[in-house]
Write a protein that binds this ligand. Structure first.
Ligand code: DGL
Length: 265
């Protein structure tokens, strides 16, 4: 039996992490859960986010989904609630936190930016990360809810809202001399191309997707796993599994086949 990895986010942002996991572990049994009834998480209180994740754990248990690894592919939920979630379950939980540390190692100008949701930017965990790794670097904080909405719209409709995007990027006014921008929200890599063009390729963009996928592979015993899937005798294991999508609100698209479910408040 291959491991069941469930990837969770408020919306489709976590698909940017999912894509890295799929690349590294193409034959894993994956499911994707979005709590889009409560999107955007970036505007929610820590209490509400903990309550939603507690309900998610209950759902996994009551539906007997047999999740082997839960990936909280949401910086907002991870920075606010990871410790609590780990206390509530025996399932190994992998969280995603802003790539501040690698950014401080990459910067030449010693000025980096963190672009995340208001909740991520404001919380103590993020402040601790900056205090821990940002000693010789200026770390400017930028928050946006609008970019989350623009990424959702682009994902589902394929339409990029250029005017809204430019207005939001102008509002953010990233300081000159910034040479690395941490995309501290899993929705933002969906917009990495337009963000890159907005800065004429002069600012390096960093997210945590690849690092999270590596962590997941390590947890499920990555090397053994690849050997198993490469072995012809393990045909059952090496077959690509269908990806199951869950959502807590209706999704207006025929791009994905989604099972709509309810999390108890
Ligand atoms: N994708 C989520 C994150 O990484 C949050 C988006 C939202 O505000 O719901 O923070």
């Amino acid at each position: 039996m291959s491991s069941h990895i469930m990837v969770f986010d408020s919306g489709i942002g976590g698909t940017t992490v999912l894509a890295h996991i799929q690349t590294l572990l193409p034959h894993a049994q994956l499911s994707y859960f979005m709590d889009n009834a409560y999107l955007p998480y970036g505007k929610l209180s820590p209490e509400t986010i903990v309550a939603r994740l507690t309900s998610l754990l209950q759902y996994i248990e009551t539906q007997q989904l047999r999740v082997d690894i839960l990936v909280i592919a949401c910086n907002t939920a991870s920075t606010l609630a990871l410790t609590k979630v780990r206390e509530l379950t025996d399932i190994p939980v992998v969280g995603v936190v802003p790539a501040i540390k690698p950014a401080t190692l990459l910067t030449n100008t010693k000025r980096i930016g963190l672009l995340a949701t208001p909740a991520t930017v404001a919380n103590c965990y993020t402040q601790q990360l900056i205090a821990q790794y940002g000693a010789n670097t200026v770390v400017d904080l930028y928050s946006s809810v609008e970019l989350v909405a623009i990424a959702e719209h682009l994902y589902y409709s394929g339409e990029f809202e250029q005017a809204k995007f430019t207005q939001e990027m102008d509002r953010l006014a990233v300081k000159t001399n910034t040479d690395v921008l941490v995309l501290g929200c899993t929705h933002f890599p969906i917009l990495s191309q337009p963000i890159d063009s907005f800065y004429d390729g002069k600012i390096k963009l960093l997210d945590s997707g690849a690092a999270i996928a590596k962590r997941v592979a390590t947890l499920i015993g990555g090397q053994n796993y690849s050997k198993l899937t490469a072995n012809n005798n393990s045909y059952r294991i090496s077959q690509k599994k269908p990806l199951h999508y869950y959502a807590t609100a209706s999704v207006l698209t025929n791009k994905l086949t989604v099972e709509q479910v309810k999390l108890i408040d």
